[in-house]
Design a protein around this ligand. Structure first.
Ligand code: G6P
Length: 614
């Protein structure tokens, strides 16, 4: 939520900052802005809307050349998404420029204090108060880093701040509390960014920042302290993907590229996690086998698509480990007084590693002495850092706001964890685990087949582009797939879409069925005959009431043929693995339909990829 960039070095700061903002635009696109330091002044430009508007503004009124700059792409919280509220915000003397991600919770009190002292604030943002506080602080404490530390001590809430000062041309200062910021280490240049995509074009060497830290970058140094100036310990790491992974590579949308990368994302997430004879080995696991053996309850906590990965994982965890498992929305978890203790494993799932609700759930769980294990796709992010253990998904950077490859990789990582616990606890024999792993290893080929057969889904999207409402039905692990299919359609195509557990149909949803309503139905494999038979009956019930049925069923399931207006064939896979193939056509469908309607598939309205506010 909001993308932030900072640069000092020898290059054109504007080029570096704008390039970084373009790669961070997925974080928010309500407005964009830059500030450059030059000759004792701050030069800035900002514009509401996507970065193309800022590009036009910079073309119309170019900024002078500079080697030091900051930039921001906004997801609005305080104040409407207009030019005035766009970042950067400056103090009245235009000495400092500030960009900010997060929410400063005590900003109303700070603003009142500033106004009483004669400051005139022009925007409705919480951020502008920081610029004015810095103005006053710099009168007492001329060093920018000292002034930032002093101001940070007064702020409450979540914030990443990046600041430049007209009086200190080769310095950019950043600060973070509960909101992401990473440092890129270059040679004769250094970078700040909300994530490494901001500077991946120039360096793959990154420095992780901890909580409540201030970083000062100059062309030759990176200095990190706490909010009181004490030196801080930092962790350096090397990013294992390069700039090509963060670009579209010939696809019209990032989302299409990421859908296409799913066989690789799943294969990479499985890679190196088991021996040739099917023994699980999770090298990065920081929980001992003894600790895992003691686990008597798993609570999965996540948001959005990651929550649906968690719903899917619940079936596998309970089935393979016989440990009771609950799934909870991160935003609800800590407000319901959950029962946690040392033998509870809280499993959080987050692609970005920065979702605020999930992070808060982790802190709450750890306070209650539960163990926290995170499944995450982003090295160096806050969630894995604050967890007791982590399993990384190796899906590569996900840029499109709607998650696709992140989801499949999360399901796979959860399954690996479930199998690992089963191995440690002995709830599955070794040969059973090896069989499941062998099946998992086959799924990239199954996913590839779904991609290769995508044309029928594309045709269907064109036919159904005029629909007012589209429904999705599933049972067992098909239920979260139905929910995920509906979520994709809502977020991308802005069409009313609902996912239902097919068994609940008669308890209400069937009233929504009228002539011509498209209904996707995910049919469980025939091996689960009871479930399969029941859903075939459901298909007949809705079809009798006029629904247009789009049936996803495995190869060879002929029972569904008479009742399917459209039939999408799935490869034969074990029931628990079916989500890995069945989700793919639903992703393609939503993406294509949104494209047909002329929507921006990668940056749907009102959304942001990384929700770093509660
Ligand atoms: C946002 C994104 C979703 C994502 C959710 C959770 O809503 O738009 O695509 O599933 O956040 O994000 P996380 O990074 O925690 O998985």
């Amino acid at each position: 939520m909001c993308g932030i960039v900072g640069y000092v070095g020898q290059r054109s700061a504007l080029d570096v900052v704008m390039g970084g903002l373009r790669r961070l635009e997925y974080r928010g696109y309500d407005s964009g802005g830059v500030a450059l330091v030059g000759d004792g002044t701050i030069m800035s430009a900002k514009k509401a809307g996507k970065l193309v508007n800022l590009d036009a503004e910079l073309a119309a009124r170019p900024l002078p050349h500079s080697h030091t700059g900051i930039g921001h792409t906004r997801w609005a919280t305080h104040g409407a998404p207009n030019d005035v509220n766009a970042h950067p915000h400056l103090d009245a003397a235009e000495r400092v420029a500030v960009v900010h991600n997060g929410i400063i919770e005590n900003f109303a009190a700070l603003r009142a204090e500033l106004e009483a002292a004669g400051h005139e604030l022009v925007s409705e943002t919480d951020t502008e108060t920081v610029a004015h506080l810095l103005h006053d602080e710099l009168a007492r404490t001329p060093d920018l880093s000292d002034a930032v530390r002093a101001v940070c001590r007064r702020l409450e809430g979540a914030f990443t701040l990046v600041i430049c000062d007209a009086a200190q041309p080769d310095v950019v200062v950043g600060a973070r509390r509960n909101s992401p910021l990473v440092v890129g280490r270059g040679q004769g240049e250094n970078f700040l960014g909300s994530d490494v995509a901001a500077f991946i074009e120039y360096t793959r060497d990154a420095v992780e920042l901890g909580q409540d830290q201030v970083v000062t970058i100059t062309p030759d140094a990176i200095v990190v302290t706490d909010f009181f100036g004490a030196p801080a310990v930092t962790k350096e790491y090397h990013v294992d993907w390069d700039v090509s992974a963060a670009e579209k590579g010939g696809f019209e949308w990032f989302m299409l590229k990421e859908i296409d990368e799913q066989p690789q994302a799943v294969a990479d997430t499985l890679l190196g996690r088991h021996t040739i004879d099917g023994q699980l080995q999770l090298d990065e696991m920081r929980l001992s086998d003894g600790e895992l053996r003691d686990v008597d309850k798993v609570i999965i906590v996540a948001a959005g698509t990651s929550f649906y990965a968690g719903m899917t994982a619940k079936y596998a965890i309970e089935h393979w480990t016989r440990i009771p498992c609950e799934v909870e929305l991160a935003s609800e978890f800590r407000y319901r007084d959950p029962i946690l203790d040392r033998t509870t494993l809280v499993l959080t799932i987050s692609q970005s590693g920065e979702t605020m609700d999930t992070l808060m759930a982790i802190r709450y769980a750890r306070q209650q002495r539960a163990r926290v294990l995170s499944i995450c796709n982003t090295n160096g992010s806050t969630i894995p850092r604050e967890s007791d253990a982590v399993i990384y998904t190796h899906a590569g950077p996900e840029v499109a706001v709607a998650s696709t490859k992140g989801f499949l990789a999360q399901v796979v990582a959860c399954y690996l964890l479930a199998l690992y616990i089963a191995q440690v606890k002995g709830t599955k024999y070794g040969d059973e685990i090896a069989t499941i792993i062998a099946e998992l290893e086959k799924t990239p080929a199954g996913i590839q087949r779904m991609l290769d057969e995508g044309d029928q889904v594309r045709k269907l999207a064109a036919e159904l582009a005029g629909s007012r409402s589209i429904l999705f039905l599933g049972r067992h692990v098909g239920y979260p797939v139905a929910l995920e299919g509906a979520l994709k359609l809502k977020e991308l195509a802005y069409i009313h879409a609902e996912g239902f557990a097919a068994g609940e149909l008669k308890h209400g949803p069937i009233a929504l069925i009228e002539e011509g309503v498209p209904v996707f139905v995910i049919v469980p494999p025939k091996a689960r005959d009871q479930l399969q038979e029941k859903i075939v009956s459901n298909i007949q019930e809705i079809r009798a009431r006029g629904a247009r049925t789009i049936v996803l069923a495995e190869d060879g399931d002929m029972d569904v043929v008479p009742f399917a207006d459209h039939l999408i064939r799935l490869p034969k896979v074990p029931t628990l693995l079916q989500p890995l193939v069945a989700t793919v056509p639903l992703q393609i469908f939503a993406c294509e339909l949104a494209g047909q309607l002329g929507h921006d598939v990668d940056q749907p309205r009102n959304l942001a990829k990384s929700v770093t506010v509660e």
